[in-house]
Design a protein around this ligand. Structure first.
Ligand code: CO
Length: 134
């Protein structure tokens, strides 16, 4: 069911500082920052040959990542995103296998405009997993 690793999302307090780490110290291609007010984040994409890193910082008071960043002020991996061919089939497989989908289980448009679901980290070896319809 799981396809390509679409991105690894890293939540940070300072997006410019994190971008500089990837651009200058690590020599990666880093996009300009983009505000996604509907998701409560500002993001920068780091393009790698086999996947992307998504650096994200809270935007606004009720950002869904505000608490996470407060708990990890130096930044931390927030989630892994895997592509799936069919988001509804993926949801069915996860729930039939006893897993839990967050947010009521309804696919939502994600940061890249594709349908996404998030899986409960308690079922996924402690890691928040995003499934994105390819
Ligand atoms: Co993501």
């Amino acid at each position: 069911m799981l396809g390509r690793l679409a991105h690894v999302a890293i939540a940070v307090a300072d997006l410019d500082a994190a971008s500089e780490v990837y651009r200058s110290r690590l020599g990666a291609t880093v996009s300009a920052p983009r505000a996604l007010p509907e998701h409560g984040v500002r993001v920068v994409l780091v393009d790698l040959p086999n996947t992307r890193i998504e650096l994200m910082a809270p935007l606004g008071e009720d950002s869904p990542i505000a608490k996470f960043v407060a708990a990890h002020p130096r930044g931390a991996v927030h989630h892994l995103c895997f592509e799936v061919d069919d988001i509804l089939a993926a949801r069915q497989r996860v729930t039939e296998a006893g897993g839990h989908v967050l947010g009521g289980g309804c696919p939502m448009p994600g940061a890249h405009g594709k349908s996404v679901l998030f899986l409960d980290p308690r079922d996924c070896a402690g890691v928040l997993i995003e499934l994105e319809e390819a």
